[in-house]
Design a protein around this ligand. Sequence first.
Ligand code: PMP
Length: 344
Amino acid sequence: MRYVEHVSELVGNTPLVRLTRITEGLDATILAKVEYVNPGGSVKDRIALRMIEAAEASGALRPGGTIVEPTSGNTGVGLALVAQRKGYRCVFVCPDKVSQDKRDVLRAYGAEVVVTPTSVAPDSPDSYYSVSDRLVREIPGAWKPDQYSNPNGPASHFASTGPEIWADTDGRITHFVAGVGTGGTITGTGRYLREVSLPRPDADGGVVQIVGADPEGSVYSGGTGRPYLVEGVGEDFWPSAYDPEVPHDVIAVTDAESFEMTRRLAHEEALLVGGSSGMAVVAALRVAERLQREDPEAAARAVIVVLLPDGGRGYLSKVFDDAWMRSYGFLPAASGVTVGEVLR
Ligand code: PMP
């Protein structure tokens, strides 16, 4: 019989899927690393597992302890599913702008969700930050993973995501492209791929080129943190989980480009993924196009791996909703389909 004792054992070892339709006309091989097949539905399962195991090892998290983290999404799901197996209580703090659906997912896994008002100053006692700090202080045995500063975030990618990609491409990867949120994915995976490819002779492409993808306006691509709509990526500060020395380049992508590509991935590649995946793919295509223009021989040899962080189910009322898209000007006109068009 082949089975695991718990879903948390299924974290990682995600597949590479070649993109074939949206890459038409490009000579490079573009492979998507599909992270929604993780048991919690996103790349964040990897860091949750590693952060919890490291905290157990250091004694920061003890039997019966409570995990407190300000998170509304993927990291919460990852922490909740690992915590459930190990018997920890989870308390997540979410601003009230976070959709009811997302809070319900966390509660479904058995987590407690504290909702804070969005419309208060960061130093108010009711703010997202103040409330989570107070809970950590006042709950006995509380531990806060803090994904923005926890070195085990990048370390989990150095230990798993990077080696998986290197092995699955037989060491032929030439470029790695990923969106930047906390920076953990690009820092850990990028560091591994740079190190492992360092001795590679030039004929094989030299050191793997690491390329970040960032929403236009965010700090990583030179902005100030201006608001954008794509979720999970971009920042208005520099988290310590991000090492700016790792990426060779960071490409800025607009919301309109990210969302259009996200819809195309579902429509043309049967990959129902979130907006940050569309953003990363836009950047990967730009890398391939540039290479083809400047060095066609290198383009033909190139193996570009782009990481898709999560699935699209959580965004049905946004990216995949025509009315929502139109309300921001991302879709030109009403696109209802008439009977006549269906029968044409
Ligand atoms: N996309 C989504 C949907 C995410 O939740 C995250 C994590 N914030 C990222 C991309 C970026 O990953 P990282 O934090 O490792 O930079």
